[in-house]
Design a binder for this molecule. Sequence first.
Ligand code: SIN
Ligand code: FE2
Length: 232
Amino acid sequence: MLSHSLSKTDQSVISLDLFNDLPPSPEAAQMPLAAGSVLLRGFAQSMDAELLRAIDAVIVQAPLRHMQTPGGYTMSVAATSCGSLGWVSDSTGYRYAALDPSSRRPWPAMPACFLDLAQRAAAQAGYDNFVPESCLVNTYTPGAKLSLHQDKDEKDLTAPIVSVSLGLPAVFLFGGAKRSDKPQRYRLLHGDVVVWGGPSRLAYHGVLQLADGEHALLGRRRINLTFRRVLV
Ligand code: SIN
Ligand code: FE2
């Protein structure tokens, strides 16, 4: 059999491709994580090439950077943004800004395929009329991680968070409203989308150190797109 000569990574990519050829079964591909939140398995997979082209175009205009946290730590994740507001962190705090602090220019416009994906995923999770102004593009190389945190710099907490995973698999931590609530662990794969809102809008979440690997499309990387409605 062909798979004898393939690495573990190649095999999982091949089995995902085979899975993708099956008739769509949205119910089977939806996994509730908590009240108000759901994991949509493979929801973005069929548009991965289009998303990657759009990501490349965003990164050309607003290059990835490792931001500083107010606590003086340099984030291991490299990030940029698109949309009318971008999430920024520096020694003075976290905030949304209309201008990229590196270039003092507006962030790149949100690509149409980003908005389309975010709105369809939100609707699938039960959140209609999701209009995010901001998409944070986080890139992880092996070893990068994101500590447990809440997304709470947004004024509108009625809108959900839509989070798209591309590339290498990651372990996603999803906890409760308190930092001390023990988080569940989920393996997020290429094309998975997590939506959380309503009762779990302020759930603590994070990503464990990315394990090394090679993804067929993205190489040694994971990219996460986080869509947020900021203004009320
Ligand atoms: C985030 O919390 O901003 C990103 C989560 C992820 O990378 O999956
Ligand atoms: Fe987050």
